[in-house]
Design a protein around this ligand. Structure first.
Ligand code: KG4
Ligand code: ZN
Length: 370
């Protein structure tokens, strides 16, 4: 079957087509179009929700049209209704910014109603985890290979080895959660952040350092030239007997370090601060993920969310689990599928295929794990 996915929960407008047969263990990407208003938000140092939604209104139809172009050569309206090529529509219905979600949800409902296609509402958080089932994915079998790590991280493998139970670490701009998956559709939330998400902390710290939005990828680049031991930033809740996180103290610690410093002086310290902050976040995420894996003994650890684009996080997690959890495989999506995209939404719909009546689907900004 072919599923058209639509994702507009935050600042991206994305449409994608995935393809898979019943019983398949992975899906194939046919198209994945992403239009981002990130440049607009870089100017304001963060997302202004109304600006994001206004951009999405402009781009939603062109983006869908482009995503459909590999299977329809011409106009959306003349081909969509009669063609059997699209079997269902999947759309993010939460969590996210209400104005942004509404753009995707109402567009998907209209297409579903007019063209009589089933519609599957998808939880954005689950979508991030489902990016792991999209070909190409990168397996962790390279733990056995003594090759250069970079080469291994770039390896592309058609992969269908994800086995349950799985522990999933979702780490994005809005969420940091640990989840236990016993099967597709069987989800148990283990814990999450009590304040800022890891990506949110990176973005807020970036703002303190005068970096552009989103700061996560910039901090990763700056950290390459910094000393990760230069600052002893706190590792909040690293040793607590639960699966919760807290990152707002880290932001406060950086604020104390930089307040009152002239920019000329601060500029020279930024790489060291970036490396030390990144390490503090990696340490906490890795420790808590290993703790969950030791308790639930999963066959797989799945990573998902924008912060998983960070190579250092993946490298260190793989290195640590190699000794502590030798029987657990680690999976993470290809870098371009870590941040928001519609392919992950369509994939989640394929593996949890539950169409809903159009009039029952509403955007839910506060949606969490069911
Ligand atoms: O999953 P995502 O695209 O959107 C949400 O659902 O929140 O995640 C965006 C977050 C931002 O906070 C951004 O700074 C962070 O992911 N991020 C990174 C990297 N790329 C994006 N954080 C660390 N290293 C990166 N390379
Ligand atoms: Zn996201």
């Amino acid at each position: 079957m072919r599923i058209l996915g639509i994702e507009t929960s935050c600042d991206e407008t994305s449409a994608s087509i995935i393809e898979a047969k019943k019983g398949n263990k992975t899906v194939t990407l046919v198209s994945n179009i992403i239009s981002s208003s990130v440049k607009l938000h870089a100017k304001t140092g963060g997302i202004i929700p109304e600006n994001a939604a206004r951009e999405q209104i402009k781009y939603i139809l062109p983006v869908i049209k482009q995503a459909l172009s590999p299977i329809f050569s011409s106009r959306l309206t003349s081909h969509f209704p009669s063609s059997p090529s699209i079997d269902a529509i999947a759309v993010t219905y939460g969590p996210g910014l209400i104005g942004s979600l509404l753009v995707g949800v109402e567009t998907a409902k209209t297409l579903s109603y007019v063209f009589k296609k089933p519609i599957v509402p998808v939880n954005h958080l689950l979508g991030h985890i489902y990016a792991n089932w999209i070909n190409p994915v990168i397996p962790n079998s390279f733990r056995d290979l003594p090759h250069d790590e970079k080469e291994m991280l770039n390896q592309e493998v058609q992969h269908d080895k994800i086995e349950f139970p799985a522990v999933a670490l979702l780490v994005s701009g809005g969420h940091t959660d640990l989840i236990l998956m016993k099967a597709h559709g069987s989800i148990k939330w283990l814990g999450g952040t009590r304040d800022d998400a890891a990506g949110e902390a990176l973005d807020k710290i970036g703002r303190l350092l005068g970096l552009s939005y989103p700061a996560g990828p910039i901090i990763e680049q700056l950290a390459k030239n910094g000393n990760l031991k230069a600052y002893k930033f706190p590792r909040p809740m690293i040793g607590t007997n639960d699966f919760d996180f807290s990152f707002s103290g880290l932001k406060t610690a950086v604020l104390q370090e930089v307040s009152g410093i002239k920019y000329q002086v601060l500029r020279k310290k930024i790489p060291d601060i970036a490396a030390s902050v990144q390490q503090a976040i990696c340490d906490v995420l890795i420790r808590k993920t290993i703790k969950a894996a030791k308790k639930y003994k999963p066959k797989s650890i799945l990573l998902g969310g924008g912060v998983v684009a960070n190579e250092e996080l993946k490298r260190q997690l793989i290195l640590n689990t190699k000794y502590e959890l030798p029987d657990t495989e680690i999976f993470f999506p290809k870098k371009f599928l870590c941040t928001d995209n519609a392919a992950m939404i369509a994939t989640a719909a394929f593996f949890n295929y539950k169409p809903a009546p159009v009039n029952k689907i509403t955007a839910n900004p506060e949606l969490y794990f069911d």
